[in-house]
Design a protein around this ligand. Structure first.
Ligand code: 3SL
Ligand code: MG
Length: 234
């Protein structure tokens, strides 16, 4: 098994992900939200690219949907929830289907269609994601959502942690970029020592969303691995 990394949603190449296990990471905060919502009983998450797409789904169906996501890290007007994982409690999301649009995360997920499996990973479910990778036993591409098409330290560090968890289970071949993310993680196992340099970490800090940062940086508090298939994450 070989593990590679793509560093942003804008860098996804179809031939690189075809028939592979893909793990999409947007630890700040989209994939942390999705994992939390499903762990708290959400029926499914439908990722969409635009606010208009979200409104279209709501209009064209009789089912009741909850709307969640962000633009510029803030709640979208008329939506039920923002992109804070702490809002997706069992009380608020159990039994409901979530339609979600975020700047980088939902774009990365939808961009991975064509892969063999599309897993949703974050710090909070890293160990479980590693186990799933091993079970699937295929070459892996970890797709970092990144930030506005750019490399993002937070997703790269999370990739390094997932690789570390995989290496504890099986021997794998790592591409140079995968070796680099693992090396950076091994030198920053507490995460905070390095993630604080990430531009998006600074953005979230400036908005005062410190509880979100603390939550998203926790390791392995959830043991489900959401998977995107046929338009919905379950
Ligand atoms: O870009 C995204 O998909 C979001 O996760 C970014 S934010 O942390 O909600 O601002
Ligand atoms: Mg992000």
């Amino acid at each position: 098994m070989k593990i590679d990394i793509i560093v942003s949603a804008d860098d996804i190449k179809k031939d690189k992900i075809k028939d592979k296990t893909v793990v999409v990471i947007d630890m700040l905060r989209a994939t942390s939200v999705i994992t939390t919502a499903l762990n708290n009983g959400c029926k499914g998450v439908i990722p969409v690219l635009t606010v208009e797409d979200a409104a279209g789904i709501v209009k064209s169906s009789k089912e009741e949907f909850m709307l969640g996501g962000e633009r510029n890290a803030l709640k979208i007007e008329g939506f039920h929830y923002s992109n804070s994982p702490l809002e997706y409690t069992r009380e608020s999301i159990e039994g409901k289907t979530l339609v979600m649009t975020t700047t980088n995360g939902t774009k990365a997920i939808k961009g991975c269609v064509g892969a063999h499996s599309i897993l949703i990973g974050a710090m909070i479910n890293a160990k479980a994601t590693a186990s799933r990778i091993v079970t699937l036993n295929k070459d892996v591409v970890i797709v970092n959502a990144g930030t506005y098409g750019e490399f993002s330290i937070d997703d790269f560090l999370c990739s390094g942690y997932i690789i570390d968890c995989v290496l504890k289970l099986v021997e794998v071949e790592l591409t140079d970029i995968a070796v680099t993310s693992h090396y950076i993680y091994k030198n920053n196992e507490d995460i905070h020592s390095f993630i604080r340099y990430a531009s998006h970490y600074k953005t979230i800090t400036k908005l005062g969303l410190l509880a979100d940062l603390e939550y998203c940086c926790k390791k392995d508090i959830i043991d489900i691995v959401p998977e995107y298939k046929d338009g919905i994450i379950l």
